[in-house]
Ligand binder design. Sequence first.
Ligand SMILES: C[S@@+](CC[C@H](N)C(=O)[O-])C[C@H]1O[C@@H](n2cnc3c(N)ncnc32)[C@H](O)[C@@H]1O
Length: 195
Amino acid sequence: MAERNFIIIGHRAHTAADWKLNDICGGAGRMDILARCVTSALCESHGIRKDTDVWLVLKGPPNNPLSIHFSGKNIKYLNPDERSTAALIRNALIKSKKIEESFETSPGITVHLKDLPEILDFLPQPIVLLSEDGETKFPPLPSTFVLGDDTDLSKDEISSLRKHLNLSLGKKSLLTSSCIILLHSNYDFSSGTQS
Ligand SMILES: C[S@@+](CC[C@H](N)C(=O)[O-])C[C@H]1O[C@@H](n2cnc3c(N)ncnc32)[C@H](O)[C@@H]1O
């Protein structure tokens, strides 16, 4: 299991490949946000963060919930542009039509028919909900961070995280992808891996 895990809830993100790559912001249910988060979490200037995994929880129509796991250690064919990341997600959704539980749709990308609470069961603790009004003392790694897309977590989602930490990166409401970059920076500095 990776040391740094980012779960992003795509509240409207479509769970079938019923959208076009030219319409990732609209018809796909803000898939652009999720693709940007994958880039922020996994892409370095000339490489991939092997210590990091991303979990996209897709909650839009028609087959929700469905989760797509990106493994930094195993992923291949990931480039830093949103369109090609969206294409990897689309490919995963096309292949997910046939699956019953979990299936690796391309190297390092696995689709699971699981919702947030089931994913939380097997990811590393502590689990941290990110929100503007949380506390500001971050735990050491390994850790799992949960973030919303362009909307915050629903009451039910927050309630499934009740017993976990709620931390803030400041009072300003930031883009989810920016939060991921700030979190990486915080841990890179504290572990001395920042050059
Ligand atoms: C664009 S924000 C969500 C919408 C925003 N709260 C609003 O309605 O103005 C996306 C997600 O990023 C995270 N986030 C944004 N700003 C944050 C902050 N200052 N501290 C911690 N997390 C933050 C939260 O997980 C949030 O759900």
